[in-house]
Design a protein around this ligand. Structure first.
Ligand SMILES: C[S@@+](CC[C@H](N)C(=O)[O-])C[C@H]1O[C@@H](n2cnc3c(N)ncnc32)[C@H](O)[C@@H]1O
Length: 209
């Protein structure tokens, strides 16, 4: 009987492909999946190869809106290609830094975004020198807080395992610690028993009241 129950048990919904706990990016997706609804308007602050943009576009559906940003021409091209391949037309990929997001997201949407994702660092398989940087990241995070709706969620995947990433992690931590607890709830999710500096998922929820 025990064996039958095991065979019928559904696979764990939160696990990584190996069956382990979710990665930082997977946590970000899970948190977004929990919150986003069809028709929502969202931002992908780091389009890269377009995986997160596609994820967001699917989750908010054709009645939703997505704005994605990247400073690399190749990333913009790849993200547009990935979206076109899926016939997605409700996502706009903008060749600009995320620190400029407020200038690109129409003013009518300011304060109305349900979700904003950042997957910091460099594009895997590309020039590691083109990585997100503390100064522009902090400007983007501040802009994102303004664009976020009350009740909206921001996720930030941070990679402290490389030099720029370690600086960014420290900056994100200090920035997050300074957020008013009456206005924002902040959590950090990361492995704690690894010797190397593992990726982290930060979640910022803009309080409703
Ligand atoms: C880890 S990758 C993003 C991965 C991506 N979300 C995906 O699903 O493939 C980080 C990206 O941030 C981009 N980036 C660096 N500085 C940026 C900035 N100021 N504004 C927007 N994107 C930036 C890099 O070009 C790179 O493509």
């Amino acid at each position: 009987m025990g064996g039958t129950m095991t065979a019928l048990a559904p696979p764990p919904r939160l696990s990584s492909p190996t069956g382990g706990l979710p990665s930082a990016v997977r946590w970000a997706h899970l948190l977004m999946e929990d919150r986003l609804r069809p028709g929502d308007a969202v931002v992908d602050g780091t389009a890269g190869n377009g995986h997160d943009t596609l994820f967001l576009a699917r989750w908010v559906g054709p009645e939703g809106r997505v704005w994605a940003f990247d400073v690399q021409e190749a990333a913009v091209r790849e993200t547009r290609r990935r979206l076109a391949e899926q016939g997605i037309t409700h996502a706009e990929v903008i060749h600009a830094g995320h620190e400029e997001m407020a200038a690109h997201v129409p003013a009518v949407w300011h304060g109305r975004l349900a979700g904003i994702m950042f997957n910091l660092g460099y594009l895997p398989g590309s020039d590691k020198k083109v990585t997100t940087q503390v100064q522009t990241t902090l400007r983007a995070l501040d802009a994102a807080l303004t664009l976020l709706a009350k009740g909206g969620l921001m996720t930030i995947a941070v990679y402290p395992g490389h030099e720029d990433g370690a600086r960014e992690q420290a900056a994100v931590e200090a920035w997050a610690a300074g957020l008013c607890p009456r206005a924002f709830e902040v959590q950090r999710i990361c492995p704690i028993n690894r010797s190397a500096s593992p990726p982290e998922c930060w979640a910022v929820w803009k309080r409703c009241a």
